[in-house]
Design a protein around this ligand. Structure first.
Ligand SMILES: Nc1ncnc2c1ncn2[C@@H]1O[C@H](COP(=O)(O)OP(=O)(O)OP(=O)(O)O)[C@@H](O)[C@H]1O
Ligand SMILES: [Mg+2]
Length: 342
Protein backbone atom coordinates (compact mmCIF):
# COMPACT_ATOMS: atom_id res chain seq x y z
CA UNK A 1 0.00 0.00 0.00
CA UNK A 2 1.52 3.29 -1.09
CA UNK A 3 1.39 6.82 0.22
CA UNK A 4 -1.10 8.02 -2.38
CA UNK A 5 -3.46 5.14 -1.78
CA UNK A 6 -6.18 7.44 -0.51
CA UNK A 7 -6.43 8.84 -4.04
CA UNK A 8 -7.08 5.44 -5.53
CA UNK A 9 -10.56 4.03 -5.86
CA UNK A 10 -11.07 0.29 -5.99
CA UNK A 11 -13.54 -1.45 -8.27
CA UNK A 12 -14.27 -5.05 -9.22
CA UNK A 13 -15.69 -5.69 -12.69
CA UNK A 14 -17.47 -8.62 -14.28
CA UNK A 15 -17.40 -7.64 -17.94
CA UNK A 16 -19.81 -10.24 -19.29
CA UNK A 17 -21.18 -10.97 -22.74
CA UNK A 18 -24.71 -10.29 -21.52
CA UNK A 19 -24.28 -8.19 -18.36
CA UNK A 20 -21.63 -5.94 -16.86
CA UNK A 21 -21.48 -5.65 -13.08
CA UNK A 22 -19.28 -3.40 -10.98
CA UNK A 23 -18.66 -3.48 -7.24
CA UNK A 24 -17.40 -0.39 -5.44
CA UNK A 25 -17.14 -0.15 -1.64
CA UNK A 26 -18.69 -3.62 -1.22
CA UNK A 27 -21.81 -2.64 -3.14
CA UNK A 28 -22.97 -3.61 -6.63
CA UNK A 29 -23.16 -0.15 -8.18
CA UNK A 30 -23.55 -1.16 -11.82
CA UNK A 31 -25.66 -4.06 -13.07
CA UNK A 32 -26.49 -3.40 -16.70
CA UNK A 33 -26.78 -5.18 -20.02
CA UNK A 34 -23.54 -5.03 -22.02
CA UNK A 35 -25.02 -3.06 -24.89
CA UNK A 36 -24.31 0.33 -26.45
CA UNK A 37 -26.24 2.32 -29.02
CA UNK A 38 -24.24 4.21 -31.60
CA UNK A 39 -25.37 7.03 -33.89
CA UNK A 40 -24.20 6.01 -37.34
CA UNK A 41 -23.85 9.53 -38.70
CA UNK A 42 -21.78 11.03 -35.88
CA UNK A 43 -20.27 7.75 -34.69
CA UNK A 44 -21.08 8.82 -31.10
CA UNK A 45 -22.33 6.44 -28.43
CA UNK A 46 -25.77 7.73 -27.52
CA UNK A 47 -26.84 5.22 -24.87
CA UNK A 48 -25.45 2.33 -22.83
CA UNK A 49 -26.84 -0.41 -20.64
CA UNK A 50 -30.55 -0.61 -19.97
CA UNK A 51 -31.35 2.37 -22.15
CA UNK A 52 -29.53 0.82 -25.12
CA UNK A 53 -31.11 -2.56 -24.43
CA UNK A 54 -34.58 -1.03 -24.79
CA UNK A 55 -33.64 0.07 -28.30
CA UNK A 56 -32.51 -3.39 -29.36
CA UNK A 57 -34.38 -4.61 -32.43
CA UNK A 58 -36.27 -1.34 -32.66
CA UNK A 59 -33.67 0.90 -34.26
CA UNK A 60 -33.87 2.83 -37.53
CA UNK A 61 -31.00 3.21 -39.96
CA UNK A 62 -29.23 5.98 -38.05
CA UNK A 63 -28.94 4.08 -34.78
CA UNK A 64 -27.22 0.78 -34.28
CA UNK A 65 -27.13 -1.25 -31.09
CA UNK A 66 -23.91 -3.15 -30.48
CA UNK A 67 -22.99 -5.83 -28.01
CA UNK A 68 -19.25 -5.20 -27.62
CA UNK A 69 -18.55 -8.68 -26.22
CA UNK A 70 -18.99 -11.94 -28.00
CA UNK A 71 -18.37 -15.39 -26.55
CA UNK A 72 -17.00 -13.84 -23.38
CA UNK A 73 -14.33 -11.75 -25.08
CA UNK A 74 -14.18 -8.21 -26.40
CA UNK A 75 -15.22 -8.14 -30.05
CA UNK A 76 -15.56 -4.35 -30.47
CA UNK A 77 -12.80 -2.56 -28.57
CA UNK A 78 -13.96 0.97 -29.12
CA UNK A 79 -17.53 0.22 -28.04
CA UNK A 80 -16.44 -1.82 -25.04
CA UNK A 81 -14.10 0.89 -23.76
CA UNK A 82 -16.73 3.58 -24.14
CA UNK A 83 -19.23 1.37 -22.39
CA UNK A 84 -16.86 0.75 -19.48
CA UNK A 85 -16.01 4.45 -19.23
CA UNK A 86 -19.68 5.38 -19.10
CA UNK A 87 -20.45 2.70 -16.52
CA UNK A 88 -17.57 3.85 -14.32
CA UNK A 89 -18.71 7.46 -14.61
CA UNK A 90 -22.14 6.38 -13.41
CA UNK A 91 -20.81 5.06 -10.09
CA UNK A 92 -22.49 7.41 -7.61
CA UNK A 93 -19.48 7.87 -5.30
CA UNK A 94 -17.17 8.66 -8.21
CA UNK A 95 -19.64 11.00 -9.91
CA UNK A 96 -19.12 13.61 -7.20
CA UNK A 97 -15.36 13.74 -7.75
CA UNK A 98 -13.80 16.59 -9.66
CA UNK A 99 -11.29 14.36 -11.46
CA UNK A 100 -11.62 10.79 -12.62
CA UNK A 101 -9.71 9.01 -9.88
CA UNK A 102 -7.00 6.45 -10.53
CA UNK A 103 -8.43 2.97 -10.23
CA UNK A 104 -7.26 -0.28 -8.76
CA UNK A 105 -9.30 -2.95 -10.47
CA UNK A 106 -9.88 -6.64 -10.56
CA UNK A 107 -11.56 -7.81 -13.77
CA UNK A 108 -12.59 -11.33 -14.57
CA UNK A 109 -11.84 -13.12 -17.80
CA UNK A 110 -13.03 -16.43 -19.25
CA UNK A 111 -10.71 -19.33 -18.52
CA UNK A 112 -10.34 -20.19 -22.20
CA UNK A 113 -9.06 -16.74 -23.15
CA UNK A 114 -5.87 -16.29 -25.24
CA UNK A 115 -2.83 -14.19 -24.26
CA UNK A 116 -3.74 -11.60 -26.87
CA UNK A 117 -7.32 -11.33 -25.64
CA UNK A 118 -6.07 -11.07 -22.08
CA UNK A 119 -3.76 -8.20 -22.98
CA UNK A 120 -6.64 -6.49 -24.77
CA UNK A 121 -8.77 -6.54 -21.62
CA UNK A 122 -5.87 -5.15 -19.60
CA UNK A 123 -5.12 -2.38 -22.04
CA UNK A 124 -8.78 -1.39 -22.16
CA UNK A 125 -8.81 -1.22 -18.38
CA UNK A 126 -5.69 0.94 -18.35
CA UNK A 127 -7.21 3.34 -20.83
CA UNK A 128 -10.19 3.89 -18.52
CA UNK A 129 -7.71 5.04 -15.86
CA UNK A 130 -6.80 1.69 -14.35
CA UNK A 131 -3.47 2.21 -12.61
CA UNK A 132 -3.30 -1.20 -11.03
CA UNK A 133 -5.14 -3.89 -12.98
CA UNK A 134 -5.51 -7.53 -11.97
CA UNK A 135 -7.28 -10.24 -13.88
CA UNK A 136 -8.96 -13.32 -12.48
CA UNK A 137 -10.38 -16.38 -14.20
CA UNK A 138 -14.17 -16.39 -14.12
CA UNK A 139 -14.74 -19.87 -12.64
CA UNK A 140 -12.35 -18.99 -9.83
CA UNK A 141 -14.27 -15.77 -9.12
CA UNK A 142 -17.54 -17.70 -9.29
CA UNK A 143 -16.25 -20.25 -6.77
CA UNK A 144 -15.18 -17.52 -4.35
CA UNK A 145 -18.50 -15.75 -4.85
CA UNK A 146 -20.40 -18.94 -4.07
CA UNK A 147 -18.43 -19.26 -0.83
CA UNK A 148 -16.19 -22.20 -1.72
CA UNK A 149 -12.81 -22.14 0.04
CA UNK A 150 -10.69 -22.49 -3.09
CA UNK A 151 -7.38 -22.64 -1.20
CA UNK A 152 -8.17 -26.02 0.40
CA UNK A 153 -6.58 -29.20 -0.94
CA UNK A 154 -10.04 -30.22 -2.02
CA UNK A 155 -11.64 -30.46 -5.44
CA UNK A 156 -14.69 -28.40 -6.37
CA UNK A 157 -16.48 -28.28 -9.68
CA UNK A 158 -17.97 -25.02 -10.93
CA UNK A 159 -20.14 -24.62 -14.03
CA UNK A 160 -20.76 -20.99 -15.01
CA UNK A 161 -23.42 -20.72 -17.72
CA UNK A 162 -23.36 -17.11 -18.87
CA UNK A 163 -24.60 -15.41 -22.02
CA UNK A 164 -21.70 -16.23 -24.32
CA UNK A 165 -19.86 -19.14 -22.77
CA UNK A 166 -20.25 -22.01 -20.37
CA UNK A 167 -17.13 -22.37 -18.28
CA UNK A 168 -16.55 -25.60 -16.48
CA UNK A 169 -13.67 -25.90 -14.05
CA UNK A 170 -12.34 -28.12 -11.31
CA UNK A 171 -10.60 -26.00 -8.70
CA UNK A 172 -8.25 -27.06 -5.89
CA UNK A 173 -5.44 -25.38 -3.93
CA UNK A 174 -6.21 -22.00 -5.48
CA UNK A 175 -5.76 -23.20 -9.04
CA UNK A 176 -7.73 -24.57 -11.96
CA UNK A 177 -6.88 -28.26 -12.32
CA UNK A 178 -8.88 -28.93 -15.45
CA UNK A 179 -11.37 -26.85 -17.35
CA UNK A 180 -13.40 -26.55 -20.46
CA UNK A 181 -15.09 -23.61 -22.09
CA UNK A 182 -17.83 -24.04 -24.68
CA UNK A 183 -19.57 -21.35 -26.66
CA UNK A 184 -23.00 -22.69 -25.78
CA UNK A 185 -24.83 -20.55 -23.21
CA UNK A 186 -27.75 -18.15 -22.83
CA UNK A 187 -27.33 -16.47 -26.23
CA UNK A 188 -27.41 -19.81 -28.02
CA UNK A 189 -30.52 -20.82 -26.04
CA UNK A 190 -32.17 -17.59 -27.20
CA UNK A 191 -31.23 -18.25 -30.82
CA UNK A 192 -32.54 -21.81 -30.53
CA UNK A 193 -35.90 -20.34 -29.56
CA UNK A 194 -35.89 -17.88 -32.47
CA UNK A 195 -35.15 -20.79 -34.80
CA UNK A 196 -37.80 -23.02 -33.25
CA UNK A 197 -40.50 -20.37 -33.55
CA UNK A 198 -39.60 -19.77 -37.17
CA UNK A 199 -39.50 -23.39 -38.23
CA UNK A 200 -42.33 -24.81 -36.10
CA UNK A 201 -44.76 -21.89 -36.00
CA UNK A 202 -43.78 -19.79 -39.02
CA UNK A 203 -43.45 -16.97 -36.53
CA UNK A 204 -40.60 -14.52 -36.76
CA UNK A 205 -39.68 -13.22 -33.29
CA UNK A 206 -36.84 -10.90 -32.29
CA UNK A 207 -34.09 -11.71 -29.80
CA UNK A 208 -35.73 -9.76 -27.01
CA UNK A 209 -38.97 -11.70 -27.36
CA UNK A 210 -37.07 -14.99 -27.52
CA UNK A 211 -35.20 -14.10 -24.33
CA UNK A 212 -38.51 -13.29 -22.63
CA UNK A 213 -39.84 -16.70 -23.66
CA UNK A 214 -36.70 -18.32 -22.27
CA UNK A 215 -37.02 -16.61 -18.91
CA UNK A 216 -40.80 -16.96 -18.58
CA UNK A 217 -41.30 -20.56 -19.70
CA UNK A 218 -37.83 -21.88 -20.65
CA UNK A 219 -36.99 -25.40 -19.50
CA UNK A 220 -34.17 -27.88 -19.83
CA UNK A 221 -36.45 -30.88 -19.46
CA UNK A 222 -40.12 -31.73 -20.00
CA UNK A 223 -40.15 -33.38 -16.62
CA UNK A 224 -40.70 -30.37 -14.35
CA UNK A 225 -42.20 -30.46 -10.87
CA UNK A 226 -43.75 -27.00 -11.13
CA UNK A 227 -44.39 -26.38 -14.83
CA UNK A 228 -45.01 -22.78 -15.92
CA UNK A 229 -48.25 -21.79 -17.68
CA UNK A 230 -48.47 -21.41 -21.44
CA UNK A 231 -47.28 -18.11 -22.84
CA UNK A 232 -48.74 -16.01 -25.68
CA UNK A 233 -46.05 -14.91 -28.08
CA UNK A 234 -46.43 -12.22 -30.71
CA UNK A 235 -44.34 -11.77 -33.83
CA UNK A 236 -44.62 -11.63 -37.58
CA UNK A 237 -46.20 -14.43 -39.58
CA UNK A 238 -43.64 -15.51 -42.13
CA UNK A 239 -46.29 -16.62 -44.62
CA UNK A 240 -48.74 -13.71 -44.56
CA UNK A 241 -46.46 -10.97 -43.26
CA UNK A 242 -49.10 -10.01 -40.70
CA UNK A 243 -48.49 -9.70 -36.95
CA UNK A 244 -49.63 -12.90 -35.26
CA UNK A 245 -49.90 -14.54 -31.83
CA UNK A 246 -49.37 -18.16 -30.81
CA UNK A 247 -49.47 -19.97 -27.49
CA UNK A 248 -46.35 -21.83 -26.47
CA UNK A 249 -45.76 -24.37 -23.72
CA UNK A 250 -42.57 -25.05 -21.82
CA UNK A 251 -42.43 -28.52 -23.39
CA UNK A 252 -41.80 -26.97 -26.78
CA UNK A 253 -38.99 -24.85 -25.40
CA UNK A 254 -37.44 -27.89 -23.73
CA UNK A 255 -37.40 -29.54 -27.16
CA UNK A 256 -35.94 -26.44 -28.80
CA UNK A 257 -33.09 -26.27 -26.26
CA UNK A 258 -32.38 -29.98 -26.02
CA UNK A 259 -29.44 -30.13 -28.44
CA UNK A 260 -27.62 -27.20 -26.86
CA UNK A 261 -28.08 -28.56 -23.36
CA UNK A 262 -26.76 -31.91 -24.52
CA UNK A 263 -23.54 -30.17 -25.54
CA UNK A 264 -23.21 -28.60 -22.11
CA UNK A 265 -23.81 -32.00 -20.52
CA UNK A 266 -21.14 -33.52 -22.74
CA UNK A 267 -18.65 -30.82 -21.75
CA UNK A 268 -19.35 -31.45 -18.06
CA UNK A 269 -18.90 -35.19 -18.55
CA UNK A 270 -15.67 -34.64 -20.42
CA UNK A 271 -14.27 -32.43 -17.68
CA UNK A 272 -15.26 -35.00 -15.06
CA UNK A 273 -13.47 -37.69 -17.05
CA UNK A 274 -10.29 -35.61 -17.00
CA UNK A 275 -10.43 -34.95 -13.28
CA UNK A 276 -7.67 -36.68 -11.25
CA UNK A 277 -9.15 -39.45 -9.07
CA UNK A 278 -8.49 -37.82 -5.67
CA UNK A 279 -10.35 -34.71 -6.78
CA UNK A 280 -13.11 -36.78 -8.38
CA UNK A 281 -13.60 -38.37 -4.97
CA UNK A 282 -14.04 -34.90 -3.43
CA UNK A 283 -16.52 -33.89 -6.12
CA UNK A 284 -18.48 -37.06 -5.47
CA UNK A 285 -19.07 -35.69 -1.98
CA UNK A 286 -19.42 -31.98 -2.69
CA UNK A 287 -21.30 -32.09 -5.99
CA UNK A 288 -21.39 -29.47 -8.73
CA UNK A 289 -22.00 -25.72 -8.23
CA UNK A 290 -23.82 -23.76 -10.92
CA UNK A 291 -23.49 -20.02 -11.50
CA UNK A 292 -24.36 -17.55 -14.28
CA UNK A 293 -27.77 -16.50 -15.59
CA UNK A 294 -28.13 -19.62 -17.73
CA UNK A 295 -28.13 -21.82 -14.63
CA UNK A 296 -31.59 -20.46 -13.80
CA UNK A 297 -33.15 -22.32 -16.71
CA UNK A 298 -35.85 -24.52 -15.17
CA UNK A 299 -34.81 -28.11 -14.59
CA UNK A 300 -31.23 -27.64 -15.74
CA UNK A 301 -29.86 -28.53 -12.31
CA UNK A 302 -32.01 -31.64 -12.20
CA UNK A 303 -30.99 -32.68 -15.69
CA UNK A 304 -27.28 -32.26 -14.92
CA UNK A 305 -27.73 -34.14 -11.69
CA UNK A 306 -29.36 -37.08 -13.47
CA UNK A 307 -26.65 -37.14 -16.11
CA UNK A 308 -23.73 -37.03 -13.65
CA UNK A 309 -25.31 -38.81 -10.67
CA UNK A 310 -24.02 -35.96 -8.54
CA UNK A 311 -25.82 -33.39 -6.41
CA UNK A 312 -26.06 -30.05 -8.25
CA UNK A 313 -26.46 -26.72 -6.43
CA UNK A 314 -27.37 -23.37 -7.96
CA UNK A 315 -25.55 -20.37 -6.46
CA UNK A 316 -27.66 -18.10 -4.28
CA UNK A 317 -27.70 -15.20 -6.73
CA UNK A 318 -26.28 -16.82 -9.87
CA UNK A 319 -26.10 -13.60 -11.92
CA UNK A 320 -23.92 -11.97 -9.27
CA UNK A 321 -21.73 -14.84 -8.07
CA UNK A 322 -18.83 -13.89 -10.34
CA UNK A 323 -18.79 -10.20 -9.47
CA UNK A 324 -19.18 -11.00 -5.78
CA UNK A 325 -16.13 -13.26 -5.96
CA UNK A 326 -14.21 -10.62 -7.89
CA UNK A 327 -15.14 -8.09 -5.20
CA UNK A 328 -13.89 -10.39 -2.45
CA UNK A 329 -10.53 -10.73 -4.27
CA UNK A 330 -10.27 -6.97 -4.52
CA UNK A 331 -10.98 -6.53 -0.83
CA UNK A 332 -8.51 -9.18 0.25
CA UNK A 333 -5.88 -8.66 -2.44
CA UNK A 334 -3.10 -10.00 -0.26
CA UNK A 335 -4.83 -13.31 0.32
CA UNK A 336 -5.66 -13.81 -3.33
CA UNK A 337 -2.64 -12.22 -5.04
CA UNK A 338 -1.38 -15.68 -5.95
CA UNK A 339 -4.37 -16.46 -8.10
CA UNK A 340 -4.64 -13.06 -9.78
CA UNK A 341 -2.91 -12.29 -13.06
CA UNK A 342 -1.04 -9.00 -12.95
N1 LIG B 1 -34.35 -16.95 -15.37
C1 LIG B 1 -33.53 -17.21 -16.38
N2 LIG B 1 -33.64 -18.39 -17.05
C2 LIG B 1 -32.82 -18.67 -18.08
N3 LIG B 1 -31.83 -17.85 -18.52
C3 LIG B 1 -31.69 -16.67 -17.89
C4 LIG B 1 -32.51 -16.29 -16.80
N4 LIG B 1 -32.12 -15.06 -16.37
C5 LIG B 1 -31.11 -14.69 -17.16
N5 LIG B 1 -30.83 -15.64 -18.08
C6 LIG B 1 -29.80 -15.62 -19.14
O1 LIG B 1 -28.54 -15.56 -18.55
C7 LIG B 1 -27.63 -14.94 -19.47
C8 LIG B 1 -26.82 -13.89 -18.77
O2 LIG B 1 -26.10 -14.48 -17.74
P1 LIG B 1 -24.79 -13.80 -17.15
O3 LIG B 1 -25.08 -12.40 -16.77
O4 LIG B 1 -24.26 -14.72 -16.13
O5 LIG B 1 -23.87 -13.81 -18.47
P2 LIG B 1 -22.52 -12.98 -18.70
O6 LIG B 1 -21.69 -13.08 -17.49
O7 LIG B 1 -22.85 -11.62 -19.17
O8 LIG B 1 -21.90 -13.81 -19.92
P3 LIG B 1 -20.46 -14.52 -20.04
O9 LIG B 1 -20.07 -14.99 -18.70
O10 LIG B 1 -20.70 -15.64 -21.01
O11 LIG B 1 -19.57 -13.47 -20.62
C9 LIG B 1 -28.47 -14.34 -20.58
O12 LIG B 1 -28.37 -15.15 -21.74
C10 LIG B 1 -29.89 -14.38 -20.01
O13 LIG B 1 -30.85 -14.54 -21.02
MG1 LIG C 1 -20.23 -14.32 -16.77
Amino acid sequence: MGFFDFLIEEIAIDLGTANTLIIHNDKVVVDSPSIVARDRTSGKITAVGKEAAMMQGKTHENIKTIRPLKDGVIADFDASEKMLTMFIKEIPALKKKLFTPALRMVICIPSGITEVEMRAVKESAERVNGKEVYLIHEPMAAAIGIGVDIMQPKGNMIVDIGGGTTEIAVIALGGIVCDKSVKIAGDVFTNDIVYYMRTQHNLYVGERTAEKIKIQIGAATEDLEVPPDEMSVQGRDLLTGKPKQVNISYREIAKALDKSILRIEDAVMETLSQTPPELAADIYNTGIYLAGGGSMLRGLDKRLSQKTDLPVYIAEDPLRAVVRGTGICLKTLNRYKGILIK
